[in-house]
Design a protein around this ligand. Sequence first.
Ligand code: SF4
Length: 337
Amino acid sequence: MARMHRVGPLLPPVHIAIEPTNACNARCPVCETGKGEMTRRKGMLDLTNFQRFIDRSARWTNSLFFYFMGEPFLNKNAYEMIRYARAKGIWVDTCTNGDFVDAKGVIYSDINRISFQLGGMTEKTHQRYRVGTSLEKAHANLLELIEERRKHPGSNVRIDVGLIVMRHNEHEVASFLKWAKEIGADTANIIDPCARNMTEAYAYLPRDRKYWFYDEDAFERGELRPKVVPQNECIWIWNSMQINWNGDAVPCCRDPNGHHILGNVFEDGVLRVFNGKPARNFRHSILERQGAVDICRLCSGYGMPELVRDLPASFSVVRHQIDSASAPSPQDSADKG
Ligand code: SF4
């Protein structure tokens, strides 16, 4: 349909991203939540809403990205939600700053992939970006998860570690990769950094420009724009959907503050929202005048996730009591932002 320049009607989206919460314990300076520029109300995805949503959409959902604008594991029901989606045959992925990950909870959830995304190899470099977090805690939780997975060889959980490469940590890339191998992570990723404006770009983009997806010539002229600027095309919005914690759908992850609400999937269902007037109008704007669509201006243009073969859930692990004493209550986090 995208190739034919048709905006609908479409089959339901096969990739769904859903927001467990838009609250976070970290104050990352290149994130709307972290820098206090989140204009949406703070809140937590509700377990019943999530289960109803999965019941209605599991048939056609291939993969579920369980994260968006906050720390997923501040939602006390995160592990139950992931397990619920896995039991319905959906491939589930998440990323975390690592501070509140409960290793046994992750194994119980049978999530397919969890990515610990770090800001550096020392407390100092880590906290330069992951402001307000603790590398020591993230490391301890990661190592505990690796050990817990070792005890459950049938587990589907794959453990990824990522380094968000920035000016203050680019000298740590080699030691990060070495460390990732030594601890037994399944994969290690060097994550290209984002910036929302030139001030952030000057402060955080690495000196080594091989890590940039921004146009270097434009940068020299004082303009921040991607190397590849989309020209009336997008490969995401014909087969995927981004859902906020309250059920509001937006076109993609470039809309953290909900400037382009397409409808509410908890009230109207995915298919009706995906083929509703706002979604069709948005696709039409992409095809006809994408240059005027604010959120596309800094699109990273990453490729689509592939369709993944679901692995049957491995549910031999029973529920255990999660020690949440050391975590801030979800409500505290939501209130403080
Ligand atoms: S920012 Fe624009 S081009 Fe990029 S994924 Fe979103 S809608 Fe598509």
